[in-house]
Design a protein around this ligand. Structure first.
Ligand code: PLP
Length: 382
């Protein structure tokens, strides 16, 4: 048995989702852009999926566009808004996912776009007063990009409040909602925002499929040139199985959301308590031990008296536990976490992100605590 505690990196595919996708790998293979019956069956599956997602998010299907995932959706929102509306200034934070951060850095370097990073408090929360001061003084067209829940520490930003400020000062607002999509009920009738995004594999859907919501007050330039797919916004034959799968996954996520939130919060609370009892000097990074201010699926901890993060993860892996040192997207690089660095977390401690899903059990946590105790008592890596 292996214990999987890396659900912020990716979640297992739901069997019902797989079943919904199978007919589109086999008998329903037509090109959705063909006018014959084979094509029309597939076209109708795509449009039904779009409608399903739009209904769940309380918006119109004309505002949902399928993409290859979170990274592409974030890139699309930022690059195409800059291009279309001649944005001269971006406001963001230094703890965004690299899909946003690297895009902004490249826009600054190559396109001379001004970038301001909003102050964070000690726990890594956005200072909304600084944001408002920036918004009052901005000149030209500006864009705010602030994530909903941080993928490493789980900190939640009140995007409704940020959205209201952006509206007041007539500034575009994009939020990377990859970690909250499917775990938090987004209501786009109420939320004043221009762009939010989703990625299938973060809520038990397939990998390589995502979507972007574009508020229909905006008409941004197409992202991928080619055919007229996705109403001219993204050329290329659609990832049909992915589209059917992501819609099914979101439907399941919404139908079980309250129950899963309750169960996963219980698991998280249990792990916090067990860790504190077992390792009295343990710290929690960001606000990840707060059940209100951090996403219930993420717990980022800092173990004392420990030299090498990678070795700790390696020992956990040997003990059949999969966890992570931070964002999965940086796991191939030698660099540490940019989020923990900004928060001045001591890199000499063992900083591990545990992340949960509807499949995580109390037994998984007990097993993990037992193995952590074994690893630390042996001090193999000192
Ligand atoms: N944004 C956040 C906050 C994420 O956690 C991730 C994935 O780790 C992404 C963007 C990228 O999503 P995708 O893997 O679908 O490209």
């Amino acid at each position: 048995m292996r214990i999987y505690l890396d659900n912020a990196a990716s979640t297992p595919l739901d069997t019902e989702v797989l079943e919904s996708m199978m007919p589109f790998m086999k008998e329903n293979f037509g090109n959705p852009n063909s006018l014959h019956t084979h094509g029309r069956i597939v076209r109708s599956a795509i449009e039904n999926s779009r409608r399903k997602i739009a209904d769940l998010l309380n918006t119109s299907p004309s505002e949902i566009f399928f993409t290859s995932g979170g990274t592409e959706s974030d890139n699309m929102a930022l690059l195409q808004t800059i291009e279309t509306y001649k944005i001269s200034h971006i406001l963001s934070s230094k703890i965004e996912h690299h899909a946003v951060l690297h895009t902004i850095e490249s826009l600054h370097k190559n396109r001379n776009i001004d970038v301001s990073y909003i102050d964070l408090d000690k726990k890594g929360h956005i200072n909304l007063e600084t944001l408002e001061t920036f918004l009052i003084h901005h000149t030209g067209n500006a864009l705010v990009s602030l994530m909903h829940a941080n993928n490493e520490i789980g900190n939640i930003t009140d995007i409704e409040l940020v959205g209201k400020l952006c509206k007041k000062y007539k500034v575009f607002f994009h939020s990377d909602t990859v970690q909250t999509m499917g775990h938090y009920p987004h209501n786009l009738k109420k939320l004043p925002i221009d762009f939010i995004v989703g990625s299938g594999h973060k809520f038990h859907g397939p990998k390589g499929i995502g979507f972007i919501y574009i508020n229909n007050t905006n008409t941004i330039a197409p992202f991928i040139q080619g055919g007229s797919q996705e109403r001219n916004m993204r050329g290329g034959t659609e990832n049909v199985t992915g589209i059917v799968g992501i819609a099914k996954a979101l439907e399941i996520a919404y139908s079980q959301m309250n129950e899963h939130e309750k169960n996963i919060k219980h698991v998280k609370q249990y792990m916090i308590r067990k860790l504190q009892e077992t390792f009295p000097k343990i710290l929690f990074n960001g606000d990840s031990d707060s059940l209100e201010k951090s996403l219930y699926t993420i717990l980022n901890v800092s173990f004392p008296e420990h030299e090498d993060n990678d070795m700790l993860l390696f020992h956990l892996d040997i003990e059949k536990i999969s966890a992570s040192g931070g964002s999965a997207c940086t796991s191939g690089s030698l660099k540490g976490s940019h989020v923990l660095e900004i928060l001045q977390v001591n890199p000499k401690r063992g900083n591990i992100r545990f992340s949960f899903s509807k499949y995580t059990t109390i037994q998984d946590i007990d097993f993990t605590i037992e193995k952590l105790l074994k690893i630390f008592s042996k001090k193999k890596y000192n």
